[in-house]
Write a protein that binds this ligand. Structure first.
Ligand SMILES: Cc1ncc(COP(=O)(O)O)c(C=O)c1O
Length: 503
């Protein structure tokens, strides 16, 4: 250990003052690589801030910022009087130190994240389920299996041999690109679209294409939990910006955009996960005014856009970006079926071409057979029939929840009333009450996801996420009663009043 500490003290980075990366980011990258590459080990002390600052002729604040970034990545810990020491790499459950040495930093982080996500508290043994508001995944009982089978039979019958080979179209089958272009108000050209394996691959591809370990990504808080995990796996720092029914907190957004090393803004402007909020046109314009003053790209995740039940779709962030630096990610997973694993990204070719090159190394191309079957399924009219019925059902489910939950909630609670998508957000007046609500509701047979799962730092939350993808109107009615009762218990309230509604 003494030897390692001496070694650590002699590890002073070299800086490239002409590099695009800030000096703090270069210092952080240097120590990150030293730790992840095994040159520095758990318990080793990083050189004193003063020593690095003097050695590199930079301010102490620069070194402090670098050490802070390493702290956020949970690689080091600063203790007053003891300096900054390397933390033991957290082992994933069941892994030994020898196993961990086999894994890349990316795999270790991904494994850890996948084991940390807990989701909705389970129902106690023997407790009958009243309502499942936890899953965000379409109801399999509604899937038009026969229609998809007909589409699959048709394409296999007419061009099966061709579709079972490589299509040599890494961006996607031309007929699917054309079909998708027709739905988009920006009327993109085929070169402006890339087919992906679901929305999740699109998010990963964008990070791989635009960000490097140590960079920062601006996103809303709360936000999609898999994005939090993905950022950590890629060694990226998140800068959270609050968002509510008034839109993004513009002061926080401005401050976030001014931080060094911001490489991406990740937003869900429509039917946000977990809150269900949508930004209206004015809120979109206000946010984009702040962002377009920088050269930071935007990833607009439109994962539920096919599920609008009422109201007009405002212009996309991509439409509001004169720089051409917004990428919009879409998926068929929520509107149709997640088992197809089909999504797409639209954006400027200067961003999509490198993304396509990155994707090629991941999977060469997305399944030509499934792409062709999807084109046929859409062309036959089956998709529109299915979607119309699904939206009508979703409209009924939202109305049922509003009617049976909102009027029973104690004052101080809020419930979003989105114009589509599966999600709503129920919020109580104090941090931590959302998490307690999830526990209490589970004891009474209702599953909801506690808001802290969506917090960038896993902090106690005021809210819970309600998904209407699995609960039918009867279950929603019964579940709403339980949730209202739990809120009243938590707030010690007997008075029943109207909660405020936010779209
Ligand atoms: C916000 C958001 N984006 C993207 C996805 C990815 O979905 P898929 O990969 O199934 O298309 C999800 C899935 O739940 C999501 O909630």
């Amino acid at each position: 250990m003494v030897e390692q500490r001496t070694l650590a003290r002699s590890l002073i980075p070299e800086l490239d003052r002409g590099d695009e990366q800030s000096l703090a980011a270069q210092i952080a990258s240097f120590y990150r690589e030293a730790i992840q590459g095994g040159r520095m080990r758990a318990g080793d002390r990083l050189p004193a801030i003063r020593q690095v600052a003097e050695g590199l002729s930079v301010t102490r604040a620069t070194v402090q910022e670098a050490y802070r970034q390493l702290g956020i990545s949970e690689l080091v810990e600063g203790v007053v009087g003891r300096g900054t020491t390397v933390l033991p790499g957290k082992l994933a459950a069941g892994a030994t130190a020898a196993d961990a040495e086999l894994l890349s930093a990316y795999a270790s982080a991904a494994l850890r994240q996948s084991q940390q996500f807990v989701g909705a508290p389970p129902l106690p043994r023997g407790r009958t389920q009243v309502a499942n508001f936890a899953e965000l995944s379409p109801d399999a009982a509604r899937f038009p299996v026969a229609e998809l089978r007909r589409a699959m039979d048709f394409v296999l019958g007419s061009r099966g041999a061709e579709l079972l080979g490589y299509a040599h179209s890494p961006a996607g089958l031309p007929e699917l690109l054309l079909q998708l272009a027709q739905w988009d108000p920006m009327r993109p050209l085929p070169d402006d679209i890339l087919i992906t394996s679901g929305g999740q691959q699109a998010l990963d591809l964008v990070l791989r294409t635009l960000c490097a370990p140590g960079d920062a990504v601006v996103l809303t808080n709360p936000s999609y939990h898999q994005m939090h995990g993905l950022l950590k796996a890629h060694g990226l720092r998140s800068i959270p910006v609050p968002m509510d029914h008034r839109g993004l907190d513009l002061v926080a957004l401005r401050a976030a955009m001014a931080a060094p090393d911001v490489r991406l803004v990740y937003l869900m402007p429509t039917f946000h996960n977990p809150t269900g909020y949508s930004l209206d046109e004015q809120q979109r314009r206000a946010a984009m005014n702040v962002i377009v003053a920088t050269n930071v790209p935007v990833l607009e995740d439109e994962y539920q856009i096919l599920l609008r039940c009422r109201g007009e779709q405002p212009p996309s962030l991509r439409q509001l970006d004169p720089r051409g630096l917004t990428l919009a990610a879409f998926t068929f997973s929520k509107g149709l079926f997640p088992g197809l694993r089909m999504g797409w990204v639209t954006g400027a070719p200067k961003l999509l071409r490198p993304m396509s090159a990155v994707k090629r190394y991941m999977d060469l191309e997305t399944s030509p057979l499934l792409q062709a079957a999807l084109v046929e399924f859409v062309a036959s009219g089956a998709m529109h029939i299915y979607l119309d019925e699904l939206r009508a059902e979703l409209r009924l489910r939202h109305a049922t929840l509003q009617q049976h939950l909102r009027v029973r909630l104690p004052s101080g609670c809020t419930l979003t009333d989105p114009e589509g998508g599966y999600l709503c957000w129920l919020e109580l007046p104090e941090a931590g009450l959302g998490d307690r609500l999830a526990e209490l509701a589970a004891e009474r047979g209702v599953r909801v996801v506690p808001g802290r799962m969506f917090d960038s730092q896993g902090k106690p939350s005021r809210g819970v996420r309600l998904s209407l993808s699995r609960a039918n109107p009867d279950e929603i009615r019964a579940g709403a009663e339980v949730l209202a009762e739990c809120c009243q218990l938590l707030l010690g309230a007997e008075v029943v009043s109207n909660a405020r509604v936010f779209v």
